[in-house]
Design a protein around this ligand. Sequence first.
Ligand code: NAD
Ligand code: UDP
Length: 313
Amino acid sequence: MKKILVTGGAGFIGSHLCKRLLDEGNDVICLDNYFTGSKRNIIGLLQSPFFELVRHDITHPYFAEVDEIYNLACPASPIHYQYNPIKTTKTSVMGAINMLGLAKRIKAKVLQASTSEVYGDPKIHPQTEDYWGHVNPVGFRSCYDEGKRCAETLFMDYHNQNRVKIKIVRIFNTYGPNMHPNDGRVVSNFIVQALKNQDITVYGKGDQTRSFQYIDDLIEALIRMMGTSDDFIGPVNLGNPYEFTIHELAELIIKLTGSKSKIIYCALPSDDPVQRQPDITLAKKHLNNWEPKIGIEEGLSKTIVYFKKLLRV
Ligand code: NAD
Ligand code: UDP
């Protein structure tokens, strides 16, 4: 039985990861300050004697004896990470320093949940890990993008300087049950709007693209990444290469929910990336032929079931 710390464990991705790690027979500590996460996401895990919940802010040092650390703590949706941008940078940077310091001291392996946002508004398409990105350092998204970029730097330097065992994954847009209904991300926004027969708010013309990965595919990849040999540290892209426009997403969600909603067009937020698609060649090679298995219609249908229950519609 491994002892595993999951920071941000009460959030969308963290809650699925905690469940999977528990199901596999591990002893799990879930650390969270509940800024965007919720106890509701992990309520089903509380009866397990091998699950511990710790209220803690990762910008402050934390100590526990564990074998592995998944560092997920950080608000991920633009409205949440822009709410207090200084705190967002602190969470990424000081959180990384605290978790790397802990990993160094207790000789644990530590995985960083980085993001496709390190590529900014990419000029290379699809994005490969060797692309350095096109990021505005002084824009509304910078607190998140640059915080995550600095965290990657810290991970690399702790590895090179102190031989800390690290893993860096760059997660592309992921969706599924346990997403916050008001977090402003496109999948949750569109499903909630469709279920309430409200207007679907497409930003800009809706011709910007994204590639959406269902949560179960990501969790499988995270577990495989942690299990790879110590010499494969990443960064590695984790996402679903199937790319389509935000307009197409709106139409698909209207179809799958049978909604009467109409699409309306709103202002495009600044620095909104025009296109995004992961090249997952490296992940396939190192993660035992991993690739996403759940298609967009299947994944959205499961997510719609979750939101129907949550919203009681
Ligand atoms: P989320 O907002 O649902 O979860 C983040 C969790 O971290 C929440 O439970 C929140 O309360 C907690 N948290 C925030 N600040 C904290 C702090 N200072 N101390 C302790 N806990 C704190 O977001 P998510 O979608 O589950 O994302 C998890 C991680 O994956 C994040 O690091 C995010 O940057 C990364 N990621 C997510 C996506 C995605 O599409 N969901 C894409 C790329 C990267
Ligand atoms: N978006 C949209 N309507 C919404 C929410 C988001 O058109 O109600 C767009 C947003 O402008 C972006 C894309 O959907 O182009 C994905 O947005 P999200 O916030 O989910 O993730 P990110 O921009 O970080 O990829």
